[in-house]
Design a protein around this ligand. Structure first.
Ligand SMILES: [Zn+2]
Length: 286
């Protein structure tokens, strides 16, 4: 059975992510370890960590994925912001290592007026600094595919490749996001577009580098370069795109994590919708 999970809140106490996952029937979960919109780093108490480990044992929820704060920009030309981002990532990654989190997903950075090559160079320099301070053993660092909104780096397979290839590490990989891919100009919701994207990914990066799939429909049209997530089947991607991913022999082995809007019982509805697409033959086109 395909592993379908969702992003859950870690507010109040970090161990509650398990309860929140169970409540909606998630097999895997993703959460933030610091407020995604604040620079403040909060040390966790021993009690909180203890509870986290207890529930990690008890609840059958895996893998565990942490999403990096949205404030970080490892590409920044502003040295102060870049350093702050590096420190923020180091804090989060150290906690991930301690809590034995499987994957840490990050938006690598935004060019913000710089040439893309320069932004990529800055990200690589930042990653080197991070990996000098944190020795990855338990956690795999994943660079996420992005929509290309406001100079985001990681909108093409080539850009993602430039960020992960130099490290040649088992602990560095890739997280796909269906909404971002579609907004970035990959037509993943037709059989032809899906096949050609998968082929490109295989040839340039290698499918074994892909560890997690963020499963979101898109509020904005194809190739819009906007990052606006929508409920499954309610956006411009439509059910067909998700059916293709869920029934693919390689991708179906990966965790599919929802990052759709948190409204009412929509997590449960989206999980149900995704499950209903499994083992359903892909519609014949033409
Ligand atoms: Zn993301």
């Amino acid at each position: 059975m395909v592993n379908i999970g969702t992003h859950v809140s870690s507010s109040k106490s970090i161990d509650l992510v398990f309860d929140r996952g169970l409540e909606v029937g998630a097999r895997s979960i993703q959460f933030f370890v610091s407020s995604p919109r604040s620079w403040k780093w909060k040390e966790r108490t021993d009690k909180e960590k203890e509870l986290f480990f207890e529930k990690k044992e008890k609840f059958n929820i895996s893998p565990l994925v942490v999403h990096a704060s949205y404030l970080f920009n490892l590409a920044s030309a502003d040295e102060n912001l870049r350093k702050k981002s590096i420190n923020g990532v180091i804090n989060e990654l150290n906690l991930c290592e301690e809590l034995k989190i499987d994957y840490y997903v990050i938006h690598a950075g935004k060019a913000k007026g710089q040439k893309e090559e320069k932004a990529i160079e800055n990200i690589l320099k930042s990653m080197e600094e991070i990996f000098l301070k944190v020795n990855l053993k338990n956690t795999v660092f994943l660079v996420e595919t992005l929509a290309g909104q406001k100079g985001e780096i990681g909108k093409t397979t080539q850009e993602i490749c430039q960020l992960v290839k130099p490290f040649e590490s088992e602990n560095i990989g890739v997280c796909l996001d269906t909404c971002h891919l579609y907004s970035a100009g990959y037509k993943i919701n037709t059989e032809e577009g899906f096949k050609s994207y998968k082929e490109e990914l295989k040839n340039i990066i290698g499918l074994e580098k892909v560890k997690v799939i963020h499963c979101n429909d898109s509020k904005t049209p194809f190739n819009s370069h906007k990052d606006r997530h929508e409920h499954i089947g309610k956006g411009s991607i439509g059910l067909e795109g998700f059916r293709l991913f869920l029934n693919d022999k390689d991708f179906s082995k990966l965790p599919f994590i929802l990052e759709t809007p948190k409204e009412g019982n929509w997590d449960e509805i989206n999980i149900k919708t995704l499950k209903s697409l499994i083992n359903v033959p892909v519609a014949q086109s033409g």
